[in-house]
Design a protein around this ligand. Sequence first.
Ligand SMILES: [Zn+2]
Length: 564
Amino acid sequence: MICNKCGDIFFVKNFFKKILHSIFFQFTLKCPLTSACPKEKLLTLCRIIIISLTFPKVRNKAIRYSKKGEKSMKKKIFLTGATGTMGWAGLQELVKRSERFDITVLARPSRKNQQKLAPLMDRIRVVWGDLMRYEDVLKATEGADYVLHVGGMVSPSADYFPNKTRLVNRTAAENVVKAVLAQPNADDIRVCYIGSVAQTSDRNEPNHWGRTGDPICISVYDHYAISKTVAERIFAESGLKRWVSLRQSGILYPNIIKQFDPIMFHVPLRGVLEWTTIEDSGRVLANLCDTELPESFWNRFYNIGSGPAYRLSNYELECKLLKAIHCPKPEKIFDPKWFVLRNFHGYWYLDSQVLEDYLHFRGNVPVDDYFKQMGRQVPWYYHLAAIVPGCLIKQFIRPLAYKEKWGTQWWIKNDDKKRIAAYYGTKEAWEKIPDWRHQNLSHPSEKAIVLDHGYDESKPTEEWDIDDMRQAARFRGGRCVSEEMIKGDRHTPIEWECQFGHRFKASPTLVLLGGHWCPECLPSPWNYDEIAKGNPFFAQIWYPTHSKEEHNQYGEEIFDGWEK
Ligand SMILES: [Zn+2]
């Protein structure tokens, strides 16, 4: 039986209960759950009491269907970005558990979104609106126990719109935080922000292992990562009682096989990622709402990753993707010079198990089985690659590498100095890229170099004091301006100064656990060569891929002509 007003579904096992329930539902409640009228609510309560006394067997159900009862039984979830890749996976998981969750999503009223959400309309509440409009976000937040902020502009569509991406993702974060803080039960609401691995830039071997707390470092040109970093800071410094930032990695889902874009060459062949499957990503969101988590879980940063089997180099990833559609190997269809040497994010996680231990989200599907499964989900004609000679496929893909403005070889051909400096170092470095036979394509080392975070990490956060902050600031080339802090208070912002004399406020959590630092030094401009000279914490990740002789600076001019 489905209530045609609120969309709730009632399952009744036997006939007697069914009749009793029908009478109860039809003649007493008539779905007052959605009514805002206090008089109707009061009348409903009286009816429930009378009926409960008269029919003890239905008392429990009566309580369940009352507004008060329902609130105590079901958690109310507000999900943003529900029609996007990760949000959609999360929504599928949440809907499977709708006996425990009331789900609200905020979605733009586009035809595509309406069609996508139509099959779920009886199980979710949709607020048609925009993350950019505070009133819409507020409406969707009202009554929430959990807010999952997944939405925003994401790659690859975001890659071409630097200004819009930064504006949308920052404003959305501000609106979500403001709407949660406006709730009468703000301190009871648990808020999850989905951050990104892109916040920590490229970490090629030997620095290809990392963890949260490593320096924030945004690849040059990566305005998306700027927006994710700024938004994360907004959540972490918002004063919300319980927030968490889960940094998402690359997501494996069938559509990535279909993505033919010049950006596919903006990665180094031996760059790495610990991938997350789309199913694991969905379970992360649902399990977060479905698990009684200890207080120690909140107000921290985590990396999402599907585990050791999903730690791949970009070359290994290409091999597996191509094999999934029976396409010839990368050596047959790509030129190694089409790929960049640096400046693309990704590392293998030393700490993704921490989130797994809390949320148990991993499906642990053997990685080769997973790629086979993805291959089966793309249209049949992709598999025609099996009978097409590699040299022909190469000719088909080649224009992507030479595409105006975005193709890596267009930069070389047109001597785009900024792009060449950012992605290759020098043109000579590009010229020296060996052919496939002389490429080192081995699996990067399983041995991790653990970065120094510049303070005593064995000390519990409850014992952090001002000396720990001073030590951390010195290792970042600056100083802690505040002269005191309450021992163990990692949430209250204190004052810091970076190596260039910029003063700013930030909580110990943001700096020591999140790897954030001076907001004024955050790109743009990218001034990393200069920062690395005076910031040993940052230098750890910069010098393995950059020479001390480099003096590059990249300002807003690199985005000239990107969007009208
Ligand atoms: Zn600064």
